[in-house]
Design a protein around this ligand. Structure first.
Ligand SMILES: [Ca+2]
Ligand SMILES: [Ca+2]
Ligand SMILES: [Ca+2]
Ligand SMILES: [Ca+2]
Length: 312
């Protein structure tokens, strides 16, 4: 199995030289969070106050992105992967660039130019949506570079592209995404003065930073979760505590198994209290990568505040 292959991140918001990126292979297993099953089988370390049902996202699913017609063959070095999604971001795996995280415009549309691999056999691409702790089922594509293939219509994202607005300034009170980064108004860093912590950007379960034992001063910025990764062998423990002021930041924690190719997998534990502390103490059953999601619970996505994460 092709595992432990570092990813290149084709996204200006995600530096591609981070030594702490979780290593992810290219094989994709169709392991998704089916929340009801996950909740039924998970081990609740602590459930007081808000119940899992009240914790948004627990029983929802995210629809697979709808792709526009993508050519099976192209004479070009890149192919435009475009479509619509109800998620927060679309992830495109495969191709010469590794993994791309694509912003979705408020209209629901997205587009990214994916560089095709050299050589025969074509380029396998896997496309899925992520958002609010959910992951959609994947769609698979095979695009082959062929000098004799007809030129596809709209071969690149430029022109009608969402990317042409990257240099715009965000206007903070109009419910639009002027700079096309997928963040609107107060959720955009140009509009909130939220100072991010050293692990940012870690807003989605893609290229999740690995975190070791220690005490970390962290912050949830408006609309953005924090994701951290742990590598554990079967029988080893993930033991951690988050301290915060619940009245300011109603923090919750979820722990997921990562799939063999690094996607967010099954929920294995959670901590939803109404106190100033959440904690997890989990002896893992299978070896591999685990993802922690720290996020503000509630209907106000712009909640922000600091917390201290202690990993033992
Ligand atoms: Ca705006
Ligand atoms: Ca924006
Ligand atoms: Ca953070
Ligand atoms: Ca974050």
């Amino acid at each position: 199995m092709d595992k432990a292959r570092p990813l290149l991140v084709h996204n200006t918001d995600w530096p591609d030289n981070r030594a702490t990126l979780a290593k992810v292979g290219l094989l994709f297993k169709q392991t998704i969070v089916i929340a009801a099953l996950a909740l039924a089988s998970c081990k609740a370390d602590k459930v007081e106050g808000n119940s899992p049902q009240e914790d948004g996202g627990a029983v929802e699913t995210l629809e697979v992105p709808l792709l526009d017609a993508i050519p099976e063959t192209t004479p070009n070095d890149t192919v435009a992967v475009r479509g619509t999604s109800k998620g927060q971001r679309v992830v495109v795996q495969g191709g010469a660039d590794g993994t791309s995280i694509v912003a979705i415009l408020p209209s629901g549309s997205f587009c990214t130019d994916v560089e095709l691999a050299e050589g025969a056999g074509g380029t396998d691409l896997t496309v899925y949506a992520i958002g609010n702790g959910l992951i959609s089922e994947p769609t698979s594509l095979l695009v082959t570079k062929d000098a004799t293939a007809p030129q596809p219509a709209n071969p690149t994202c430029s022109g009608s592209s969402p990317n042409s607005c990257e240099n715009n300034n965000e206007i903070c009170d109009n419910e639009e995404d002027e700079n096309c980064d997928g963040w609107i108004d107060i959720c955009d860093r140009q509009c909130n003065d939220c100072i991010s912590d050293a692990f940012e950007p870690n807003d989605f379960p893609v290229n999740v930073p690995v975190i070791g034992p220690g005490t970390y001063e962290l912050r949830i910025c408006p609309c953005r979760d924090d994701w951290f990764a742990f590598e554990r062998q079967a029988g080893q423990r993930i033991r951690l505590t988050a301290d915060f002021e619940h009245d300011i930041l109603p923090l919750n924690l979820r722990l997921y198994k990562a799939t063999s190719s690094g996607e967010q997998g099954d929920l294995v534990a959670f901590s939803f209290s109404s106190t100033d502390q959440e904690s997890l103490d989990e002896v893992v059953e299978t070896s591999g990568l685990y993802y922690l999601r720290a996020y503000a619970f509630g209907t106000n996505p712009t909640e922000t505040g600091s917390y201290t994460l202690t990993i033992q």
